[in-house]
Design a protein around this ligand. Structure first.
Ligand SMILES: NC(=O)c1ccc[n+]([C@@H]2O[C@H](COP(=O)([O-])OP(=O)(O)OC[C@H]3O[C@@H](n4cnc5c(N)ncnc54)[C@H](OP(=O)(O)O)[C@@H]3O)[C@@H](O)[C@H]2O)c1
Length: 277
């Protein structure tokens, strides 16, 4: 079967495939990443912190998919946000990945000990040096996003943060839309927690789709959201990619939006997480 054709979203000159493949906790993931690419994924999300950059690079080379057809994201960890550390981290990531540039470079988490005036100019410099085609931030609140935009001489194209049906991200997604950024949704399946939700199960049964497909479609159909589900299983990887040939009704979208709950957030590291909007 031919791989599904994946639409792209655009922001400030960046064209990002509307779904990506997450790689956290996949370890030595060369074969998994090659398999994701052969199934049709063209957007891979990694980070220095995940320890998967080597595997991602191996998977890209093993897949035979030309580098210029792949949208590759990596991130600089909160320990390395001082300007010099930042530049060394980017250099190390490119070396480990075995690539000359990434398509998107993100600040992985803010660091309350380090002002944004350190990493943000370093992010812009990496872009100007050609080490990253586009730049953005992750796990920032709206105030931090606005400070980053003010400090950055290059456009920020992306904000990556946790988002799924159990977590209300109305404010942050609207802020990204207003500022012309694409929002990348991490933990789009709530690390598996959403897959026990009875409302999603009911909609999935009516649509003859899987619960994961409904959870991902709900994100995609909001317009500026790109989910990056992770799976170590080829059948589930393929399932997660097949979400562009059906639509949820307005009523189904609203039923899923109503699933948000106060304890829905999963990634909330003490001492690093900002005051969430
Ligand atoms: N910027 C950040 O701070 C940050 C933080 C967290 C995550 N991320 C990124 O976002 C990516 C996704 O988030 P995540 O990995 O935490 O969680 P996730 O994608 O929400 O969930 C992954 C879990 O769902 C299962 N799964 C995947 N597809 C499935 C399907 N169709 N049916 C049933 N189960 C399914 C996987 O198990 P199997 O492997 O068994 O399929 C795995 O246990 C990460 O890999 C990473 O790239 C970024």
């Amino acid at each position: 079967m031919a791989p599904p054709s994946i639409p792209t979203l655009s922001a400030h000159g960046a064209d990002m495939p509307a779904i990506g493949f997450g790689t956290s906790s996949l370890g030595d993931c060369g074969e998994i990443v090659a398999s994701a690419l052969s199934l049709g994924y063209r957007h891979i999300d990694t980070a220095w912190k995940y320890g998967t950059e080597r595997g991602v690079g191996e998977g890209i080379r093993a897949s035979g998919v030309p580098r210029n057809e792949i949208f590759l994201t990596t991130k600089v960890s909160h320990e390395y946000l001082r300007a010099d550390d930042f530049a060394r981290s980017v250099e190390q990531s490119l070396k480990t990945l075995g690539v000359d540039f990434v398509d998107l470079l993100l600040v992985h988490w803010p660091n309350p000990e380090i002002p944004l005036s350190e990493p943000i100019p370093a992010l812009a410099k990496a872009k100007r040096q050609g080490l990253a085609r586009h730049i953005g931030v992750a796990n920032f609140n709206i105030a931090m996003l606005d400070e980053a935009i003010r400090l950055c001489p290059e456009p920020l194209v992306n904000l990556q943060a946790e988002y799924h049906a159990h977590l209300d991200q109305t404010k942050l997604t609207a802020a990204c839309r207003q500022r012309g950024l694409i929002f990348t949704a991490y933990c789009p399946l709530g690390r598996g927690r959403l897959l026990r939700d009875p409302v999603l199960a009911d909609i999935a049964a009516r649509k003859e789709r899987t619960l994961a497909q409904i959870a991902l479609r709900w994100l995609i159909q909001q317009g500026n959201i790109v989910p990056i589900p992770r799976s170590s299983n080829a059948a589930r990887m393929a399932e997660n990619l097949n979400v562009f040939d059906f639509a949820l009704t307005d009523e189904e979208m609203a039923r899923i939006a109503a699933l948000k709950r106060p304890d829905g957030r999963i990634a909330n590291p003490a001492g690093r997480a900002p005051d969430w909007d």
